[in-house]
Design a protein around this ligand. Sequence first.
Ligand SMILES: C[S@@+](CC[C@H](N)C(=O)[O-])C[C@H]1O[C@@H](n2cnc3c(N)ncnc32)[C@H](O)[C@@H]1O
Length: 186
Amino acid sequence: MDQINDVLKWICLFVLLWNAYFIFFNKGIPNLGSAKAIRSKVVQEFIEHMKKTQNTAPIIYDIGCGYGYVTRDLARSMPNAKIIGIEVNKISYWRAIITSKIVGIKNTHYINKNFHDVDLSNADGLYMFLLGRLMGQIRGKLEQDLKKGTIVISNKFAINGDWQPLKIIDVTTIAPSQKTIYIYER
Ligand SMILES: C[S@@+](CC[C@H](N)C(=O)[O-])C[C@H]1O[C@@H](n2cnc3c(N)ncnc32)[C@H](O)[C@@H]1O
């Protein structure tokens, strides 16, 4: 019994330190991946938008791409697109790069920076799953950089301010905290 308690104690400590590391080095935003059903819907919405605007080689960003799940789904479904993941955390950044290499995806690109320091003016599309209380700052960055017509999809958090969503879509997922995406056009 004592041994089981010891093992449990070490597991809890590991989980605590692992999460603390990520919160500390992720600008306070946990590395929580978008749910699979959300990713599928996001890919579908980007594809529809690019078809509608006849953009055959769009540039799409995931600002805060984590391990790169969304970037890889987009890259697989849109082979002519350039998919750029920006990630501030080095471990997540390298894992995203290595995974793309291992699975043979050629149209993902990753930038290890704070997205506030990256010029997003060439974006045709932008995805984000960040944090509600930071949406004010993020809105400022999007207003400063994005060209007119850029499609912006936010998982879970509305942009607010003057931004009116074109669509609000509810998605059924197994992740209890993720169920709504907000779609905007700059
Ligand atoms: C909730 S995760 C989302 C991951 C991925 N976009 C997805 O939806 O599966 C948020 C990620 O944003 C990253 N992040 C937070 N603030 C950032 C910033 N200012 N610049 C770049 N990355 C940031 C965090 O490190 C974390 O990996």
